[in-house]
Design a binder for this molecule. Sequence first.
Ligand code: FES
Ligand code: FES
Length: 164
Amino acid sequence: MSKKMQITLNVNGTRHELLAEPRTLLIHVLRENLGITGPHIGCETSHCGACTILMNERSIKSCTVFAAQADGAEITTIEGLGTPDSLHPLQEAFREHHGLQCGFCTPGMITRAAQLLKENPDPTEEEVRFGMAGNLCRCTGYQNIVKAVLAAASEINTAKEAAQ
Ligand code: FES
Ligand code: FES
């Protein structure tokens, strides 16, 4: 067994200090050490996007990153985007537009979409499809996911205009 390393992760606003082997993947630390089970493990080979999280303002697939590489990082998971009482506009839109069925892909989809809308607040349908291409869904056929992301973009932009 290799020597464990001391790492610090700031997840959803909470600082965690823990020990992890150099080979341990970030998704495993999140789920198994910290009990943050929103990000899912689908393929573990960077194809499905179920494990998508935000790390230092970028969306990443947490099965492709060693926990040690995330030392000191600011991380947001689906748990940090909204709460049951105050859903993120994307969570609301996925519910409203039936953007999920089994829900396995949904935490990764929504987290990826949050970053997409940050980088491109008013995307076209084609841009949403391109931007979400790294996240796979076995259930929905994608139509309602795209609809939900576009609806959330419009909702966020309307709220921003109203606040000006
Ligand atoms: Fe990470 Fe599939 S579990 S991309
Ligand atoms: Fe089932 Fe996407 S809703 S995998």
